[in-house]
Ligand binder design. Structure first.
Ligand code: SF4
Length: 417
């Protein structure tokens, strides 16, 4: 019987043909932690009394969530990761280098690999045709020691994308639409496989945005087959030799098939306090905003920043609104500087914050005040997500966020495009 992308990759890593629902032991290619989850993983690893990592070059520790540190306790957590990297030879991604998931696709993960991460949005790397998923810190400790883990093979939902985006509609609107359609638990422990004629037109940046949010529907992974766009992306990152053809068999079996015509989508907003609480911009009531946050592993890439700059150019952020921009990585930051995008942001009245998670995780650099409303390009809007349970978070595409920053309320970006 034919296999889906997830089944194919996991079969290769389990050394046998796997089927959905089966418990397997899989070999893992790479493992990651970040500064929130890493210290616990490091402690658990030490309890295993192992003297070596299974593969130091592919054990990557990111300091991105509280970077730079706003508190001495977090500074001490950072020290734990730095000392561990030094002692065991693991790779360390320091403050300012960027958000873990952006750094992973830029520099570390390749098609056909299995990546386990102590962070839920590890699924971002699925856009490269890798089976990438988040697990807890204790599971990560075992993988760091053995290079293996147990996994239940997920059944796959096939998401068939046809048509073309209308002006003002982007990949973020698509994934918010899908999550609104199936619900925050609509794909629990499934693999989402994105396919259809529209996929070839999606840039890698758009695919990363889509894979990144697969977990917001409960999915274990969000996968794309590889193609010329994957190859070009890897080539740009200096890893053309890592390209591999990854695709599902034509007779693969899917648990569910969902068809989406991109031309029917509208700018979509996720309203407080769950990601699946979505409305199209036409359905949304008038919502005044205090803060706009553009960045994160969902929408902080150079392509996102180019769209934002196009909308902000020659305009000013509305008085009373704070606009924060965090390029997803140092590489993105440098490119944005080179292209003059940062100048456009600053002239418009934006504050630029360190490449990293910043306000998204609610630890620093943009915590909301009581009753304040933020429109953000991140992937989550749970109560308290941005550091205050009395705050209100709406999610949108970077284009909607930029235009709304100028207007002072959540606005329909189609008006200016
Ligand atoms: Fe998590 Fe936000 Fe950081 Fe992404 S940017 S890894 S969602 S905290």
């Amino acid at each position: 019987m034919g296999q889906t992308i997830a089944e194919k990759i996991l079969s290769l890593h389990a050394g046998k043909n796997v089927t959905p629902g089966e418990l397997i032991i899989a070999n893992i290619d790479a493992v990651m932690v970040q500064d929130g989850t890493g210290p616990l993983a490091v402690n658990e690893f030490k309890k295993l009394n192992k003297t070596k990592l299974f593969n130091p070059e592919r054990t990557i520790l990111f300091i991105d969530h509280a970077a730079p540190s706003p508190r001495k306790e977090l500074s001490n957590s950072h020290s734990v990761l730095r000392e561990f990297a030094k002692e065991y030879g693991a790779v360390l991604s320091e403050i300012g280098e960027g958000v873990c998931h952006q750094r992973l696709v830029e520099s570390y993960i390749n098609p056909g690999e299995v990546l386990l991460g102590a962070d839920s949005h590890t699924c971002t790397s699925g856009a490269l045709g890798a089976f990438a998923t988040g697990v807890g810190s204790t599971d990560i400790a075992v993988v760091m020691a053995l290079g293996k883990t147990w996994l239940k093979v997920p059944a796959t939902y096939k998401i068939v994308l046809e048509g073309e985006f209308q002006k003002g509609v982007y990949a973020k609107d698509l994934i918010l639409h899908l999550i609104g359609l199936i619900g925050a638990d609509g794909a629990t422990y499934k693999a989402l496989e994105f396919t259809g004629n529209a996929v070839k037109n999606l840039t890698m940046s758009e695919r990363f945005t889509i894979s990144n949010m697969a977990v917001e529907a409960g999915a274990k992974a969000g996968l794309f087959e590889t193609d010329e766009k994957t190859y070009e992306y890897l080539k740009e990152q200096g890893r053309a030799d890592k390209f591999k053809e990854i695709k599902a068999d034509t007779d693969a079996k899917y648990e569910r098939v969902i068809n989406i015509n991109l031309s029917e989508l509208k700018p979509t907003i996720s309203c407080p306090h769950t990601v699946d609480n979505t409305k199209t911009i036409d359905e949304l009531e008038h919502v005044e905003i205090n803060q706009v946050y553009i960045g994160t592993c969902t929408n902080g890439r150079i392509e996102d920043l180019r769209i934002v700059a196009k909308i902000l150019k020659g305009n000013k952020v509305k008085e009373g609104v704070r606009l924060l921009v965090a390029p997803a990585s140092r590489k993105v930051f440098l490119e944005a500087l080179k292209e003059g995008l940062i100048e456009t942001f600053v002239e418009a009245g934006a504050s630029i914050v360190t490449s990293g998670c910043g306000a998204c995780v609610g630890v620093h650099a943009g915590i909301l005040g009581d009753g304040e409303v933020c429109l953000a390009t991140q992937n989550r809007n749970f109560k308290g997500r941005m550091g205050n349970t009395e705050g209100f978070i709406y999610l949108s595409s970077p284009a909607t966020a930029a235009y709304s920053a100028i207007k002072g309320y959540i606005a329909d970006v189609r008006e200016v495009l």
